[in-house]
Design a protein around this ligand. Structure first.
Ligand code: URA
Length: 265
């Protein structure tokens, strides 16, 4: 019998300045557990094209458990929501996603005040400078308040002032917490406003598409599988197309450090 072969493109990795940034990065003295960071799982740098070819820059908040396993940001529920958003703008590959925080957070009240600690900010600004150096980014979307504040701090720098790309802020992809003040519809109404502002400014999408706005809930095709080319080689499709397969360890006392993985049936 002939062997069945998969044929999955994969992320061949960062180049140039991005590669240097993935090699030399702040350690856990900059992101200590005592400040609410999940330092043990290390830095998780980006998703997409860290090669200078990106035309859309996405800024999120911090990597969670899923991202600690896949080693790419925005790859869990938030990531699939964001993937649907960028695809509505016609981007299927020419995007770069980074987070305001390089390490995951386990306690937001403790960690968020460190957004602009000098070493955290300086390293994030190096990523933003590298992203804009090739001059190709046409639009920037910040998801959530920390991302917006990170962008605002960068815009105040000389490199930030030179950026002409349009920026749009949007609610964080998981801002619609059960029982919280923001409903799913509030989130999607906010994203529709962002899409309508961004779409006319985009000159070079990967695919020119008519803008289809969100309704009151995500439709199945608005939560796409994340492309294999955004991940290290061999990452399995279920890791790119389902949510919540990685969570905090249920064992008391180990929640902060350990991750529990359940492969979807
Ligand atoms: N995962 C990320 O990498 N960033 C977010 O903002 C949320 C989830």
């Amino acid at each position: 019998m002939e062997a069945e072969m998969r044929n999955d493109p994969f992320d061949t990795g960062p180049t140039g300045a991005f590669r240097t940034l993935c090699r030399k990065y702040p350690d856990d003295t900059v992101y200590p557990g005592a400040n609410g960071f999940r330092s043990l799982w290390g830095p998780i740098f980006y998703r997409g094209r860290a090669t200078g070819s990106a035309r859309l820059l996405v800024i999120g908040q911090d990597p969670a458990q899923t991202e600690a396993v896949t080693r790419r940001i925005l790859s869990g529920q938030a990531g699939r929501r964001v993937q649907g958003f960028v695809e509505k703008l016609g981007f299927t590959k020419s995007y770069l996603m980074i987070n305001a925080f390089l390490y995951g957070i386990y306690n937001q009240d403790m960690a968020l005040p460190h957004l602009n600690d000098p070493a955290i900010q300086a390293y994030r600004h190096q990523w933003l400078e590298a992203a804009f150096a090739p001059g190709k980014i046409e639009a920037v979307v910040t998801f959530g308040t920390p991302a917006f504040e990170a962008w605002t701090a960068f815009k105040a720098t000389p490199a930030g002032q030179a950026v002409t790309a349009v920026h749009q802020r949007a609610l964080h992809p998981t801002a619609d917490k059960p029982g919280g003040p923001i409903t799913r519809k509030d989130l999607l109404d906010n994203w529709n406003v962002a899409l309508k502002k961004l779409q006319p400014k985009i000159q070079h999408p990967d695919e020119a598409r008519p803008l289809v706005l969100y309704g009151s809930d995500f439709k199945a095709d608005e939560l796409p599988e994340i492309p294999s080319q955004d991940f290290p080689m061999g990452l399995q499709p279920w890791m790119r197309s389902t949510d919540f397969w990685a969570g905090m360890s249920p064992t008391p006392g180990t929640e902060r450090a350990n991750i529990s993985i359940v492969v979807p049936s």
